[in-house]
Design a protein around this ligand. Structure first.
Ligand code: PGA
Length: 234
């Protein structure tokens, strides 16, 4: 099997520094380096710098990503986080366009497109989440083929996020093929939505995705590690 990407989206969890540290340390200890997988943890902003430093001798085992960023590099934008800041602290990825951002924070395709461009300009890799195929063209408007090649595109059906009702493999595969029709057969794609250790492997083997975007179980170290282990040099 080719390299698999496993992205952990912690969302707004855990609520204390100590819990975040414990979760990170457990996962870092529990997984093996490389083994044909790239594990990317996306914690809340406030933990990023600390977790980066916490990697110590284990550099490169876990990569860090943010869950969002500003569409501007700097300025009078209260409450925003610049991709320049993220790059400086050693963050490598940024999740953009997650369904929860589109729904609860009214993010538009136009705004997401701006963020993707800025993230790429700053040498970070976007993890673009979509739940409808028409979003791809709008979100990637004006971005060169070469730059698009650096983006991980995640299909997350809105109804499957956090509901325990994962998409069936055939339907997920259909959507995956639609993405590949637009971006090319080799483009890395991820599936996300109610993944657990039991259903995870099928999205790679049956639905032909290159990786997973995991919410709920990324907060449970045992189950998360078990899921990652499924992908060791498959
Ligand atoms: P879930 O979340 O695994 O809890 O369904 C996935 C996501 O929102 O990225």
């Amino acid at each position: 099997m080719k390299k698999a990407f496993i992205v952990a989206n912690w969302k707004m969890n855990p609520v204390t520094f100590k819990e975040a540290e414990n979760l990170f340390v457990s996962v870092n200890k529990g997984i093996k380096k490389d083994k044909g997988i790239e594990v990317i943890i996306c914690p809340p902003f406030v933990y990023l710098n600390f977790l980066k430093k916490n990697q110590k001798g284990e550099k490169g085992k876990i990569r860090l990503g943010a869950q969002n960023c500003s569409s501007q590099e700097k300025g009078a934008l209260t409450g925003e986080i610049s991709p320049v800041m993220l790059k400086k602290i050693g963050c490598e990825y940024v999740i953009l366009g997650h369904f929860e951002r589109r729904k609860y924070f009214s993010e538009t395709d136009e705004g997401i497109n701006k963020k993707i461009k800025l993230v790429l300009k700053n040498g970070l890799k976007p993890i673009l989440c979509i739940n409808e195929i028409l979003q791809i063209k709008k979100d990637l408007k004006g971005i060169s083929k070469k730059e698009i090649g650096k983006i991980l595109v995640a299909y997350e059906p809105a109804w499957a996020i956090g509901t325990g009702k994962a998409c069936d493999y055939t339907q997920a595969k259909k959507f995956n093929l639609l993405i590949k029709k637009v971006l090319g057969k080799k483009h890395p794609t991820l599936y996300g939505g109610s993944i657990n250790a039991q259903n995870a492997l099928g999205y790679i083997q049956k639905s032909e995705f290159s990786g997973l975007l995991i919410g709920g179980i990324s907060l449970k170290p045992k189950e998360f590690i078990k899921t990652v282990e499924l992908f060791y040099n498959k």
